[in-house]
Design a binder for this molecule. Structure first.
Ligand code: PHE
Length: 498
């Protein structure tokens, strides 16, 4: 309604440039004055018109006034009733007209229109016809003088009103095109370019309550990552610095004693970088030791026995596992030992993103998150690895674990970890683990008797299982289900005994 009024008003102003009195205009056009005032005010706010208020005092009929205006004044109603019957007992008049009879009969008597027989209480008309001046007055309030208005007011048939009409004139900012003034920019306006010729409503930054804010929502992965982080910290692990997604092949593969011909180093499995294509920051003495270990071995190892290429090692890539981060951290531990002669046992973890050139399917994404941990200490090996994994998994609700011998170029022995899922009631692969090979640790300068036990777990699979997400891309990709993120439970962890 408001939009239609605005349009009509603009059309009128376009033709007439203004008007003297909005109330008069409304009467003329049959418009609702309140709605017109709304439209005037919106144009005024946009400085398209000037509007000068005209305060106007007036009168309006009360409810009672409306009744009498329609049906006649009480005195005339009573007179007409008695007249129509010839004469009538007072009780009949009361019964027929109710409250009106009580008010009207008195006035009829005072006006000498009716007489009542004292004995019989029968009312009879004393004149032929009467004129209803009250009704007439009520239907033409604007032509009444003050005395008559006061009398009607005293009878509570009318009440004073005040109304503000407006004198309106268009300003130089007035434009008929502004009837299209809109509140929202739409994609269609952008596509068609019509936004540039569209007039937008100014922002109303006062007197608006705004859309109520809803709370934020945590992505399931964030919840799982946070929970895992807490569990690992409770177990005394420190978090590694993982802020480097782009790595050199050196830290991702070579430092881990992964031979350069290894199939995982193929572009089918790894995203290599085009720019910059080579890394610069590899410590020269360490690089020489890694080269030596790959080519010739040492301290009991015969190495991989091939010509190790420095250029291949410098190729940049998106890290394929967080073990690259573990390698950097272990190298720093070795450095500290070389500098101070003191080795301090350490427990480290990382939770961050890795990238693999995978074919995407229900359970695989090209980027995902790993939870990795290692312990560097003397006198530790497979039993401690199994122990710490049992501890970790039981804390996240998987109390039954099985281990299967496996192969990693950088761990020996290596174990795949299987956990019995308490909800799915089946064994699922949950991670990979092992004891880092001496060929990896010795070039770093760690003491010979220090072992490092380590494991890696994919974060997404876990989260998908916990949140009952069947397609992993609904969890983490451009196709993710935002509504599910909003609705998912605040707490995800289902313990084995649930
Ligand atoms: N890097 C291995 C993977 O990506 C996980 C792993 C970490 C295995 C540490 C052994 C030791 O699957």
């Amino acid at each position: 309604m408001a939009a239609a009024m605005r349009k009509q008003l603009i059309e009128y102003l376009e033709a007439n440039k203004g008007f003297e009195d909005s109330e008069v205009l409304c009467k003329d056009k049959g418009w609702d004055h309140e709605v017109l005032v709304g439209a005037i005010k919106s144009l005024q706010a946009e400085e398209q018109v000037t509007a000068e208020p005209i305060k106007r005092e007036g009168w309006k009929l009360t409810e009672e006034g409306v009744q009498y205006c329609e049906k006649g004044s009480p005195e005339v109603q009573v007179f007409n009733f008695i007249k129509s019957k010839g004469s009538a007992p007072n009780a009949d008049v009361d019964a027929a007209l109710g409250a009106v009879a009580k008010i009207g009969l008195g006035t009829c008597m005072k006006n000498k229109w009716v007489s009542i027989d004292k004995a019989t209480k029968v009312c009879s008309p004393t004149v032929d016809s009467v004129e209803d001046t009250v009704q007439k007055e009520l239907s033409s309030l604007s032509s009444l003088d003050k005395a008559k208005l006061d009398a009607l007011k005293k009878r509570k048939l009318i009440a004073p009103t005040s109304l503000t009409a407006f004198k309106v004139e268009t300003s130089d900012k007035f434009s008929a095109a502004s009837q299209k003034a809109v509140a929202d920019l739409t994609s269609e306006m952008i596509l068609k370019g019509t936004w540039s010729s569209t007039t937008f409503k100014p922002f109303n930054l006062t007197n608006v309550s705004g859309v109520p804010c809803t709370g934020g929502h945590l992505h399931p992965l964030n919840k799982v990552k946070t929970e895992m982080r807490q569990v690992l910290m409770q177990m005394g692990f420190e978090e590694m610095t993982t802020n480097q997604w782009v790595e050199s092949s050196f830290w991702n593969f070579d430092a881990l004693f992964q031979p350069q011909q290894h199939p995982a180093r193929d572009a089918h499995d790894t995203f290599f970088m085009e720019e910059p294509s080579r890394a610069q920051d590899i410590p020269a003495d360490y690089l020489a030791k890694v080269k030596e270990m790959h080519e010739k071995g040492g301290q009991g190892s015969i190495g991989w026995r091939y010509d190790w290429s420095e250029d291949e090692a410098k190729k940049t890539l998106l890290r394929t596992h967080t073990t690259a981060v573990s390698a950097r951290t272990l190298y720093k531990l070795g450095e500290e030992y070389r500098k101070t002669g003191v080795f301090r046992p350490k427990k480290y973890f990382s939770i961050d993103r890795v990238f693999r050139n995978e074919t995407l399917d229900a359970t695989h994404l090209a980027e995902f998150h790993q939870i990795e941990g290692f312990i560097a200490d003397r006198n530790i090996g497979l039993p401690q690895l199994i122990g710490v994994l049992r501890d970790f998994f039981s804390r996240i609700g998987i109390s039954k674990l099985r281990f299967k011998p496996a192969y990693n170029p950088y761990t020996e022995p290596s174990m795949e970890i299987f956990g019995f899922h308490p909800i799915l009631k089946k064994w699922i692969e949950v991670g990979n683990s092992g004891v880092f090979r001496p060929e990896m640790l010795l070039p770093m300068g760690l003491p010979e008797d220090v072992s490092v036990i380590a494991w890696g777990i994919g974060c997404e699979r876990w989260t998908a299982l916990l949140y009952n997400i069947r397609m992993i891309k609904e969890l983490f990709s451009f196709q993710q289900d935002v509504a599910a993120t909003k609705k998912n439970p605040m707490c995800w962890l289902r313990r084995a005994e649930d």
